[in-house]
Design a binder for this molecule. Structure first.
Ligand SMILES: [Zn+2]
Ligand SMILES: [Zn+2]
Length: 304
């Protein structure tokens, strides 16, 4: 751990499990808040930073991924919500949900686990802070906002490329389009290569930011990844509500945006925001097509 941060830690973990370490840490670090002491005690207790970060990252990913998917699975079984389902004639079957869950789990254990294990050495190489105290909420908020913008741009161009080049579509992206009416858990139903390419936007954005500014805490990165997982799972949920976020933030993409992409295979390539598709005229759906036709017609009239 970084030696310059303001805390005192025993050099070796105390016997008696995690909470004994927590008590020990609490004795000497009254200035740290409860979560900071929990964090510090965890790293001391595991006594191996690579392992500690690896376990935390993997468990966090699984808990957030399946935890966030669960409400959508439940909602699929409740007829009341059917009126909010975008493609409401296509409710995923139990069999579809299971085969998707198994595929995603298999991919997490075989493809993502080793990558997550490399995370701590890589984070250290680029100077990510792992100690305590934590950064302020304000700093975390603006850094995460930057990552959202960076990731969205990366996603737009790589995702669009996977649709534009038939070779990439056939060999990589086709798997993700197996479900034409997506559901929450289908967010990471994708080829391992795609997981790596698109994952680079999620992990690479904060790494790039840290390489330039030398000011990023791994906790901020975790919170960012949690938000990004929420975004991806919700975008695949298949549900559009009157209270969906894009009604309040018009540039937010949400499920309505990505569902059309799965239904029509063309357009709406961005992940979190609508601006790339809007500016570059790649919006999908009948309304966008109508606008495009009208623009063409107006142009033709002008030329005549
Ligand atoms: Zn696609
Ligand atoms: Zn998708």
């Amino acid at each position: 751990m970084n030696a310059t941060v303001a805390y005192q830690a025993p050099l070796l973990p105390t016997d008696g499990g995690y909470w004994a370490n927590f008590d020990e840490v609490s004795k000497y670090n009254v200035s740290l808040n409860y979560f900071e002491r929990m964090w510090l005690a965890y790293y001391i207790w595991i006594n191996n930073d690579i392992l500690a970060t690896g376990i935390m990252s993997f468990v966090m990913h699984e808990v957030v991924y399946f935890g966030r998917s669960l409400p959508w699975i439940i909602i699929d079984f409740i007829p009341y919500f059917n009126k909010y389902k975008i493609q409401n004639h296509k409710i995923p079957t139990v069999k579809e949900q299971w085969s998707c869950a198994l595929y995603v789990l298999l991919s997490h254990f075989t493809v993502e686990l080793p990558q997550i294990w490399l995370f701590h050495p890589m984070a250290q190489f680029f100077g990510l802070e792992t100690g305590v105290p934590f950064p302020s909420l304000l700093k975390m908020a603006y850094q995460i906002a930057i990552f959202f913008v960076l990731e969205d741009s990366w996603h737009y161009w790589t995702h669009r490329a996977m649709h534009v080049f038939p070779y990439l579509y056939k060999n990589i992206h086709k798997i993700h389009h197996y479900y034409s009416a997506p559901f929450g858990m289908a967010a990471e139903y994708a080829s391992p290569i795609e997981v790596m390419i698109l994952g680079l936007g999620t992990v690479g954005s904060p790494i790039l930011y840290c390489a330039i500014t030398k000011d990023l805490h791994i906790l901020t990165m975790y919170v960012w990844i949690i938000f990004r997982l929420f975004q991806a799972i919700d975008a695949h949920s298949g549900y559009e509500f009157p209270w969906s976020l894009h009604h309040f933030l018009p540039f937010w993409a949400g499920a309505e945006h990505h569902d059309v992409h799965h239904e029509r295979f063309i357009g709406n390539y961005a992940s979190s925001f609508r601006w790339w598709d809007y500016v570059l005229d790649t919006e999908a759906g009948p309304e966008a097509a109508k606008k495009r036709r009208e623009r063409k017609l107006a142009k033709a009239k002008k030329a005549a």
